[in-house]
Each structure stands twice: as C-alpha cells, then as structure tokens.
Ligand binder design. Structure first.
Ligand SMILES: Nc1nc2c(ncn2[C@@H]2O[C@H](COP(=O)(O)OP(=O)(O)OP(=O)(O)O)[C@@H](O)[C@H]2O)c(=O)[nH]1
Ligand SMILES: [Mg+2]
Length: 457
C-alpha cells in the first residue's frame, strides 16, 4: 500500500568459463589449443530516474539478476558478455544491506549511477596455457563467480521545503495552489499516501522544491499507523512548513496539534527541530473573527511568536496569505543554500555481496590437517589439471581469490600444515617461504602451496 520501502534481491552475472578445444585442420593431426575466453558477467547497476517518485515498481518484481557471461568457444572465440541489470530508482533512494541495515549508497545529488555488484570476470581459455612442456592443456579457467545480495531500498524525499502536519489540514491543497504538482485533495484522513514534489516559482528566477509529506499522526515515532514511514521524509527537507487547521474544524486544538507533532519528531530525530520552521495557520476562511484572541490563529501566534517562530495566516481555499508564506519559505531556502542532506556509505557492496559458500571442515585442529569441500571447488578441480604448472598456479590463485586461505588461516592454518581437497593433499607454505619470483603471475598473492601429491585413496 505504501511504496517507499522495498526489499529486493540482486545478483550479478557469473563470468563465462574459459573453453578447452584444439585446432582441427586438415592434414594437421594435432592442432594447438584454441579455446577462447569466457565473457564477462553482467553488472547490477542502479540509476536515478527523475521521472519516478515511488518505489512502487519494486512490489511487482523482487529479483533483479544480470545475465552470466557465455563460455568461450573453439577457434579462440570469446564468449558473449552478460547483460547488465539496470535498476531505476527515484532520486533520494537509500540502498541498504538488508541483513545489517547499513547504508551502501544514497542515490541523491551527483550520485545518480552506481555499479553495485560487478559481474564476474570471464575465465581464460586453454589457448593461454600452452607451454613448451604442456602443449595440449586440457584445462581452462572457470569464470569468476556471481555475487548476490538482499537489499532494502528506502525512499527519502529530497526537497527544500517540506509541508508537514496532521492529516486533512490542507497540505496537498497548499502544494496544488503553489506549484505544478497535483496531489489528490479530499476531505478524509490519509488522502495522500506517497510524498509529492512540486516546484514553486516566485518572481525573478527564484524557485524551490516543496514536498507534500503524508499526514503525521500521534505515535508516529513508535511506528503507529503510517507515521514512521513519513517521518523519514522530513529528514531530507531543509526547511519545514508546519500546516495547522487553525479553524479547529475537526475539533482538535491547533496549539496541541503543533506540540503533538513536534513531540513525534523530537522522538524520531531531535535535530530536525533545529531546522527553519514556519507555522501556516490554514483554513482561516473558516474563522469568523480573525481578531478574536481566542481563535486558533491568535492562540498559535501567542504560543510560537515569542519563540521566534513565524505564524502566518493562510487559506488554501481562497489563496489568502499564500504569497507571504512562500516568500517567508524562500528566505530560509536562500539562506541555507544548496547543500542537500545526504548520507554517507557505511558499508561497501564488496563487503556484503555473497558468493556461494564453501564448507571448510577442520578435521582436527591439532593435527594440522584441513579439509576443504564444496560444489564450487569440486567443479574448479574438474577444470584444472594440477599436474601442469599453469593449472596449478591457477588453482593457487583461486584459493586466494575465494578467500579460502584467509579463512583457513583464521582457523589456525600455519606453515607446514596440510590442506586436503577431494583426494589431493597440499602442504601449505607461508608467505615468507613463498618464492614469489617463480610464480610471478601471482606474485602479489601472499601464500604458496607446494609439494602437492595425490593422496592415496
Ligand atoms: N475551508 C477550507 N478547506 C480547506 C482549506 N485547505 C484545505 N481544505 C480542505 O480540507 C480537506 C483536506 O485537504 P487536503 O489538502 O487533502 O489535506 P492534507 O493535509 O493533504 O490531507 P492528507 O493528505 O489526508 O494528510 C479538503 O477537503 C480540502 O478541500 C482551506 O484553507 N479552507
Ligand atoms: Mg494530502
């Protein structure tokens, strides 16, 4: 019903596998390797679309998956790259890691495009692995894995001025009268469900963006009703116009209304109340005698003007006082200038994007033997010829890249320990003893494995 939050699943494309094939030509009995490289997997990209103002579309579709790169082909054919998944969001969308609730990115201001998850690199085909001693490599590099992540999207409207207040006090009417926006206006509570933005043009080239924020209700800060969601939108408004039904046409007291809402905001985020604020005493056309000291307008004035808060009488029905209200709002906007409220990233997608889990079994922490298992590593071994130096290097690289070595080290792996992987046994050598020069393709990696031999089985 209310579309300013959404939970979605995103996944980048896996890189295509490198291909294993050999040249076949007439009269050439044993052609060289000609397996091409795999294509790159598609990225998951977020883009701001200024035509959107809700997260409604995310209700119909939950999963956003980029396509994988294709496997390389014979005759050195490069696999096709996967297609990127482009996700369009309204400006002001905050992207959070669903699990931790931490902010990954704030799609506002200049941040209007973000590659959230990169697609996997394509694997190298066997044509890269021919050496003088290994002329017919029967292995190729698997494509890099895809990454996946559950995200929580939250829309927080960005506006210069936000119209806040109880339901039915006339917020949408004011925005309609003053701007190009056309939110629905009706005589019942919660007519407005999604925030609306309108551009207010004043004389000269002065203009600002005003937001109609759905009605706040008591208990909003505790999440009662729809309130809590709406409070979020207030965060990004530089100045606030607090609209009050000064005629008390629904039987509430206007001063109490203001206090109730201030209390809700204070509980949510007290710093919001330090922002410039104007009280718009609306529906004054329903007040019989404006000079009567007991009417809602006069009472608001007495309560708030001594605190330095402007109280302006208006009527969205007759247009009375609206110009003065907008001029007063402009003064604040002009003073504050163009510094939007944006949020800093708290976590990077690399930190939270998951790759397929590997199970690492620690046989016995004291005997120095570690067993690593998992469907992915099984597949990897299927591709790799460990007897060949290049194939073996690759495997080492894989172990580092997948974070397996790091995880093993955390579990206590040390120099001289044994790593068991599907019938193979490796002796682990720590960085210092690792001869970087010898395996210079991977010299930036900080581990070495040597002495591999097949375990007897
Ligand atoms: N007499 C009078 N009626 C008004 C005035 N402003 C708004 N109204 C009426 O009050 C009712 C509510 O107005 P809206 O603009 O929809 O109020 P809102 O604050 O946006 O309400 P929600 O979206 O439900 O939170 C409508 O019937 C309007 O016609 C005013 O200045 N005078
Ligand atoms: Mg409304």
């Amino acid at each position: 019903m209310f579309a300013d939050v959404a939970r979605i699943f995103v996944k980048s494309g896996k890189g295509g596998n490198g291909h294993v094939s050999f040249r076949r030509e007439l009269y050439v009995p044993a052609g060289g390797p000609d397996g091409g490289d795999g294509g790159k997997g598609g990225d998951v990209i977020f883009e701001v679309d200024t035509g959107l103002n809700t997260l409604e579309d995310f209700r119909n579709q939950v999963k956003y998956i980029a396509t994988p790169g294709e496997e390389g082909g014979g005759k050195r054919m490069h696999g096709k790259n996967g297609k990127d998944m482009i996700i369009r969001v309204p400006e002001g969308t905050i992207i959070k890691d669903d699990e931790s609730g931490k902010i990954i990115a704030d799609m506002s201001g200049s941040n209007n495009r973000l590659v959230l998850l990169k697609g996997g690199r394509g694997g190298l085909g066997n044509m890269h692995f021919a050496t003088p001693t290994m002329q017919a490599p029967r292995f190729a590099q698997p494509g890099q894995d895809s990454r996946e992540l559950w995200l929580r999207l939250e829309l927080r409207v960005i506006a210069d001025v936000g119209l806040i207040g109880f339901p039915n006090v006339g917020k949408s009417s004011i925005l309609t009268m003053c701007s190009n926006a056309r939110p629905q206006v009706a005589n019942y509570h919660f007519t407005t469900i999604n925030p609306h933005l309108g551009v207010v043009n004043l004389s000269g080239d002065r203009s600002f963006v005003m937001a109609d924020i759905p009605g706040l209700i008591e208990g909003a800060s505790e999440g009662v009703g729809l309130g809590y969601q709406f409070l979020r939108h207030i965060e990004r408004c530089k100045a606030l116009i607090h609209v009050v039904d000064a005629s008390g046409s629904e039987g509430r007291d206007p001063v109490e209304d203001v206090e109730t809402i201030h209390e809700e905001i204070r509980k949510y985020d007290a710093s919001i109340l330090e922002r410039p604020l104007i009280i718009a005493a609306n529906k004054t056309d329903l007040i019989y005698n404006m000079e009567d000291p007991d009417n809602g307008y006069q009472r608001l004035k007495r309560a708030y003007e001594p605190k330095g808060i402007k109280v302006l009488p208006i009527s969205a029905a007759t247009n009375q006082g609206l110009r003065e209200l907008l001029e007063a709002a402009w003064e604040f906007v002009d003073k504050i200038g163009n510094t939007p409220v944006t949020y800093q990233s708290e976590i990077s997608p690399e930190e939270v994007g998951k790759v397929e889990q590997l199970s690492i079994i620690l046989n016995n922490p004291t005997d120095g033997v570690f067993t690593v298992e998992g469907p992915k590593i099984d597949k990897m071994l299927g591709y790799t010829n460990l007897e060949a130096e290049k194939g073996f290097n690759f495997f080492q690289h894989f172990m580092v890249e997948q974070g397996i070595i790091k995880r093993l080290k955390k579990m206590g792996l040390k120099d001289g320990d044994t790593i068991k992987i599907y019938g193979h046994e490796f002796k682990y050598l720590d960085t210092e003893e690792y001869d970087a020069g010898k395996r210079d393709d991977f010299k930036d990696e900080n581990f070495g494995v040597s002495d591999h031999k097949d375990a007897e089985e």
